[in-house]
Design a protein around this ligand. Structure first.
Ligand code: GDP
Length: 300
């Protein structure tokens, strides 16, 4: 698979370097392993936990061969991810009594609008009736960008005026989604970080309107994060999670980075499942996140 190839190759290259001229699992090996994991943005806490787990297993099983060491590494990555509560394959929550509403949040440039388009494409391809709302009325071009996705995918888009009130766009969209019996409403929100407090207030207002107008309110709040920003992505996740309940993550741009380890780091520090990964700019470049497959690709 083309998208993950780059992440795989980069991270795998780093891991393979560990085995160049490999003779024995010694202290140097564990030091290099730690450095490699930190370099791949596995994060400090997770790196220590992972290295300890790998060391215990290697010592207790008396492992020597490189391929066995690799197998232990994979086992421990999967085990640690799942022990931290990272269920494999977490499905979207659905609304049984009306349209399923998904809010997309995140700072500008992470790939939010693109992810709305990609998920719209997947849901539509699965036979659902999908509506999108352009509630990022702040960033110049965001509304137009979502309109382009809508035209390309033949998915209607509810828009308002430039610089208009995002809450009124959302109000119109929820009303239409209910009246015309859409299955899904995907809401693209603003992501300007320089006015963080206003942004968080705006998100709260949007949620309140949906809670008032839609049976069962909001089903998912997906935070979109750019994997290439590594540990910054983790900081953003913490900030957003303090301001609003994030139900899942979309991790984008994993096609262009060696920092695929950030998945492990996020799992260790925050109790939020990764639901989708972005692997390119096209509608089809999105996958439901499968942690076991993901780790396997990293270590392979
Ligand atoms: P927003 O400001 O968060 O809405 O970000 P956009 O959706 O406009 O995306 C910013 C840029 O990142 C665009 O050029 C997208 O094509 C690109 N992009 C989004 N997702 C991915 C991805 O998974 N991989 C790559 N390589 N590029 C992406």
């Amino acid at each position: 698979d083309k998208g993950l190839e780059k992440t795989r190759t980069n991270f795998t290259d780093l891991l393979s370097n560990l085995f160049t001229g490999f003779r024995e699992v010694d202290e140097d090996f564990y030091e290099d392993l730690e450095e490699t994991l930190i370099g791949a943005d596995v994060g400090f806490n997770m790196t220590l936990a992972l290295t300890d787990a790998i060391r215990d297993e290697i010592e207790s099983q008396n492992v020597h061969k490189p391929e066995d060491v690799k197998r232990v590494m994979l086992e421990k990555m999967v085990q640690l991810y799942e022990r931290e509560g990272g269920d494999n394959l977490v499905a979207l929550k659905e609304n049984p009594d009306g349209p399923t509403v998904i809010l997309f949040v995140g700072v500008n440039g992470v790939g939010k609008t693109t992810s709305v388009g990609k998920i719209g494409y997947q849901l539509k391809a699965a036979g659902h009736k999908v509506l999108m709302a352009a509630a990022d009325t702040f960033r110049a071009g965001a509304v137009e960008q979502l309109n382009v996705w809508g035209q390309r995918l033949d998915i209607p888009v509810v828009t308002g005026q430039d610089q208009g009130d995002p809450a009124s766009v959302v109000f119109d969209a929820v009303k239409r989604a209910n009246e015309e019996q859409f299955d899904y409403l995907l809401v693209d929100t603003a992501g300007r970080l320089q006015t963080k407090i206003n942004l968080m207030d705006e998100l709260a207002k949007i949620k309140r309107i949906i809670e008032r107008e839609n049976p069962n309110g909001v089903q998912e709040v997906l935070l979109v994060l750019d994997a290439t920003t590594g540990q910054n992505a983790l900081i953003q996740a913490k900030q957003f999670n303090e301001a609003t309940d994030i139900s899942g993550l979309v991790l984008t741009k994993l096609d262009g980075t060696a920092k695929g380890g950030v998945v492990l780091s996020i799992r260790y520090d925050l109790d939020i499942p990764v639901k989708y990964i972005g692997l390119g700019e096209q509608a089809t470049d999105l996958q439901v996140f499968d942690s076991e497959q993901y780790m396997y690709n990293l270590v392979k």
